[in-house]
Design a protein around this ligand. Structure first.
Ligand SMILES: Cc1cc2nc3c(=O)[nH]c(=O)nc-3n(C[C@H](O)[C@H](O)[C@H](O)COP(=O)(O)OP(=O)(O)OC[C@H]3O[C@@H](n4cnc5c(N)ncnc54)[C@H](O)[C@@H]3O)c2cc1C
Length: 533
């Protein structure tokens, strides 16, 4: 007998239903680790595949084929006996515990859940700049395909004898708005394509006729990386004749040019405008909210104060959902950690075990360990407890009074920053969610009137703790890696192959590993494909 569909009225729960919205990094990491003996897993996503985004810039120039970067969801779900629904989640009813799903023809249905994980990622943020719709973006399979097509289109048109010199110059101008990893990697890949392949097949277009610019509003490109890395990347890219325009903002985009204003010494924009014509402009500045996320935030009202994401607590539960059965992970979520300072009185009273009104080293060490356990995001700042004690014991009394502890907690609170929107964060959160859900289900009980009842998350698991394993970026026959705490790696050919090795290793299946290896071998032997197919 065929298994009943998740929406079938005859469907009777034999185990709690876990609905996952999205088929990206967060969702697949959860799927790889969830115990499907404990949950009926249903994935809802408008894309029926997982996309390996870090190598998307390589696919825009044909270093690798786009299909080598995707893994079908149904293939993944077959292994774990999960269900896939190719729909967009358009709304969530947090009281009835249902998700409104909508197929490509606009038909809708309501899908009930016992536990819901929102992992719908993000959109590109237009930063309020008019005309961004004239730019390309690089987030999806079709974005990369259309960039690849456009590059070849521009070169073929520029090579036509009927094209005017002005039009030719415009067609061969490539502008990247945003000096983050995506923009930098795209510029680097494009430059490699130009100098290693196109130059051989377009004798009528000398390399010097092609102009590439990166516009960055900050002082440096890759500004979230260690300073050594951004400086190395800038030097490397400038040596390849990519124009790096820092401290400048794009104020308007027209169909064939952008308008740029420089920042003055005080950070304010100067009046003078520079016009940069483009044949292709990539917009890659920051991330924005998906419509579903915006709607969910509206439903949850006051509890949702974060500007560009769903606010969660440190158990990744979406704030403001009374049933505490909805979680958000990855780019669409942001953890709202409690401020340590708000609880100073409680911390101080509990830690001061001998009640002498000050904390000695032992009392402070116990408090430090307790804080690390309850608030894992503070671990990095509480690792060197003795040094911290000495730094904030300003009167050198060998003890900390309440005022000294206050200054210390204030300083730690200030250093807490939001987690970056990366695959690494989404992956770790997906894995954390799977482990927690596996544990929670052990104690779930079914009651016919209310459905499955779970224990509180705190009883099953510690809060989420992110471990930074390093950020990589490819800068064209060289790569950089930032491992945090001032540990950085910059390297040429060795870096390039280490970078490739790292992503080969990260592949989600043997199939994509094989496809990637073939693509890299093809590129080495025959160069990149330059057909405008
Ligand atoms: C070009 C590029 C390069 C990158 N390079 C790196 C890198 O080198 N290292 C790194 O750590 N990070 C990198 N990132 C960032 C990384 O891709 C994201 O942080 C990561 O994808 C976030 O994972 P996620 O699960 O939150 O969202 P995504 O992976 O974006 O997945 C979101 C999923 O939700 C689906 N969806 C959208 N709307 C709905 C809806 N309404 N209902 C249901 N499903 C929906 C989408 O189809 C998609 O399947 C890169 C991103 C890009 C675009």
């Amino acid at each position: 007998m065929a298994a009943s569909l998740p929406l079938d009225p005859a469907h009777r729960p034999t185990k709690p239903r876990l609905v996952i919205l999205g088929s990206g990094w967060g969702a697949t990491s959860l799927l790889k680790n969830i115990d499907t003996a404990k949950y009926e897993v249903v994935v809802v996503s408008p894309t029926n595949y997982f996309l390996f985004t870090p190598l998307l810039p390589s696919a825009t120039v044909g270093t690798i084929e786009l299909r080598s970067l995707i893994e079908p969801m149904r293939r993944m779900l077959k292994r774990i006996d999960g269900r896939f629904i190719e729909c967009e989640a358009s709304d969530i009813d947090f009281d009835r515990c249902t998700v409104r799903i909508q197929d490509k023809s606009g038909h809708t249905a309501d899908l009930p859940y016992d536990k819901l994980v929102i992992a719908v990622g993000s959109t590109t943020h237009n930063m309020g700049v008019p005309g961004v719709e004239h730019c390309h973006q690089l987030k999806t399979f079709s974005d990369a395909a259309s960039i690849r097509h456009k590059i070849m289109d521009n070169f073929e048109r520029a090579a036509l004898p009927t094209t005017s010199p002005e039009e030719r110059a415009r067609l061969l101008s490539f502008v990247v708005c945003g000096g983050g990893p995506t923009g930098v990697e795209f510029a680097a890949e494009l430059h490699e394509f130009l100098t290693e392949d196109l130059v051989n097949y377009f004798p009528e277009i000398p390399v010097s006729d092609v102009r590439m610019s990166i516009i960055q509003s900050q002082d440096h490109i890759l500004n979230t990386y260690d300073r050594i890395i951004s400086e190395y990347a800038e030097k490397h890219l400038k040596s390849t004749s990519i124009d790096i325009v820092t401290r400048s903002r794009v104020t308007r985009v027209e169909p064939d040019h952008i308008v740029v204003k420089r920042k003055g010494p005080d950070g304010k924009l100067l009046n003078e405008e520079t016009i940069l014509p483009f044949g292709l402009c990539l917009w890659s500045t920051g991330i924005g909210m998906r419509p579903l996320v915006r709607k969910a935030k509206e439903h949850l009202g006051e509890a949702q104060q974060k500007a560009r994401a769903l606010a969660t607590d440190n158990q990744l539960r979406v704030r403001g959902v009374p049933a505490e059965n909805v979680y958000a992970i990855g780019d669409c979520a942001s953890i709202e950690n409690p401020r340590l300072l708000d609880r100073i009185v409680e911390f101080f009273v509990d830690a001061d075990t001998n009640k002498d009104g000050v904390l000695d080293r032992q009392e402070f060490a116990r408090l430090g360990e307790e804080l690390k356990r309850k608030y894992p995001h503070t671990t990095e700042h509480l690792n060197k407890l003795n040094a911290l004690f000495d730094e904030f014991d300003v009167d050198h009394s060998g003890t900390l009074d309440k005022q000294e502890l206050r200054v210390m907690l204030e300083s730690i609170d200030r250093q807490m920053t939001a987690l970056p929107a990366t695959a690494q964060v989404a992956s770790q959160q997906g894995k954390y969610m799977a482990r927690k859900l596996n544990k929670l289900s052990d104690h779930a009980k079914y009651a016919s009137a209310v459905g499955y009842v779970f224990p509180r998350d705190e009883e099953a698991n510690d809060p989420f703790n992110y471990r930074h394993l390093g950020s990589l970026a490819y800068i064209g026959n060289a790569a950089v890696a930032d491992f945090g705490a001032g540990r950085a790696y910059t390297g040429g050919w060795v870096g390039k192959y280490l970078w490739r090795g790292a992503y080969w290793n990260e592949q989600i299946s043997l199939r994509t590993r094989v496809l990637l290896s073939i693509d890299w071998a093809k590129e080495l032997l025959f160069g990149r494909d330059i057909s405008r197919a």
